[in-house]
Design a protein around this ligand. Structure first.
Ligand SMILES: *Cc1c(COP(=O)(O)O)cnc(C)c1O
Length: 366
């Protein structure tokens, strides 16, 4: 393939082309070290500076207060489903749980192994096509923490406003919308995100957490599964995913160069609007997601008259791929189509998709 495609993958997902080019330039000889970042000791000065750059950039972008540590871990977001309750559960207390999709279901399964949960709100009976309203959410002041997922990658919904949890730490899985918009980190006890959607390559998991919460954990937990281990050792207790952290640093610096989170957010809203307007403007396309809760990152839609048609969607995906627009098939559990338009997906890609949609509709409307 001579040309890069417009990649709408949900994850691992598109990376900024500038970042890939910079990594390519440095691949054989990083900053006159005579070697690749992949080949150097994680305790070397060169790598320590990479790690410091990654942390500093994330801290600036999200305005992370000194009360919170920034960690680069392994095991993916899915490992956090276990680490969070192992470390943050409290004797005799329950977890307030907000059920909004498959990733919270998977997290809930792991949390229940450690402690009881209190299902505060769930939109499961509506096939997760919306986010619970503030009126539906009755939080308990004696919960050990509140658990939520900020953006539901599979169902295409996103929390536009976070619940007020008072003194109870709010834990959020932000795997698919971290760095897509400004957030107030001081309102969260713990945020985690697998890197492979909006931050970098697979293999690194970003954790931003209140340092004091790490002291809740039983010291008998496996050393690697205690947050305090990684806080005390600045993510260098063992060998971290060095190359992934390097790419993450380049991505975070790319976000800064492009105006930071306010600019990213503005661009993401414009991209999403272009696509949702194209969907809403035609009876050939259809969004099943409640309008107010539609994700700016993962646009879930159906193609075909009368709400969608699987054969038409298969054809759409196939022809789109041939036209250089890839990974538009919906998640296997929900079907339909999905365009993931993370930070690194340019407006030009979304415009190309909208143009393709118009052409496809004209050819297949019958
Ligand atoms: C992709 C995803 C996960 C799973 O991430 P892994 O790194 O594969 O464990 C969890 N939560 C959300 C919201 C995701 O989008």
């Amino acid at each position: 393939m001579s040309k890069r495609v417009y990649n709408f993958s949900a994850g691992p997902a598109a990376l900024p082309e500038e970042v890939l080019k910079e990594a390519q330039k440095d691949l054989l000889n990083f900053r006159d070290s005579g070697m690749s970042v992949m080949e150097m000791s994680h305790r070397s000065k060169d790598f320590e500076s990479v790690l410091a750059r990654a942390e500093a950039s994330i801290r600036r972008l999200l305005n992370v207060p000194e009360t919170h540590a920034i960690l680069f871990l392994q095991g993916g977001a899915s490992m956090q489903f276990s680490m969070v309750p192992m470390n943050l559960k409290e004797q005799g207390k329950k977890v307030d749980f907000l059920q909004t999709g498959m990733w919270t279901q998977k997290a809930g399964k792991e949390i229940k192994k450690e402690c009881e949960i209190n299902m505060v709100a769930s939109t499961e009976s509506e096939n997760f096509m919306r986010i619970p309203t503030p009126e539906e959410i009755r939080l308990n002041s004696d919960a050990s923490f509140v658990y939520m997922c900020s953006n539901n990658t599979i169902f295409g919904t996103q929390w536009k406003q976070f619940p007020e949890t008072g003194n109870v730490p709010l834990v959020a899985d932000m795997s698919s919308d971290i760095l897509s918009r400004p957030i107030d980190v001081s309102k969260f006890g713990l945020i985690f995100a697998g890197a492979q959607k909006n931050l970098g390559p697979a293999g690194v998991t970003l954790v931003i957490m209140r340092k004091d919460l790490a002291e809740r954990a039983d010291k008998k937990l496996p050393t690697m599964l205690q947050y305090r281990t990684h806080i005390e050792n600045n993510s260098l207790y063992n060998t971290p995913p060095t190359f992934g952290i390097y790419i993450l640093a380049l991505v975070a610096e790319w976000v800064e160069k492009n105006g930071g989170l306010d600019a990213m957010y503005k661009r993401n809203v414009e991209k999403a609007k272009l696509l949702y307007d194209a969907i809403d403007g035609s009876d050939f396309y259809h969004s099943p997601v409640n309008k107010a809760d539609r994700s700016d990152m993962n646009v879930v839609f159906r193609a075909g008259l009368n709400g969608g048609n699987e054969d038409i969607e298969k054809k759409f995906d196939k022809e789109a791929t041939l036209a250089g627009l890839t990974n538009l098939k919906g998640h296997r559990s929900v079907g339909g189509l999905r365009a993931s338009i993370y930070n690194a997906v340019p407006m030009e890609a979304v415009q190309a998709l909208v143009d393709f949609m118009k052409k496809f509709e004209a050819e297949n409307r019958k």
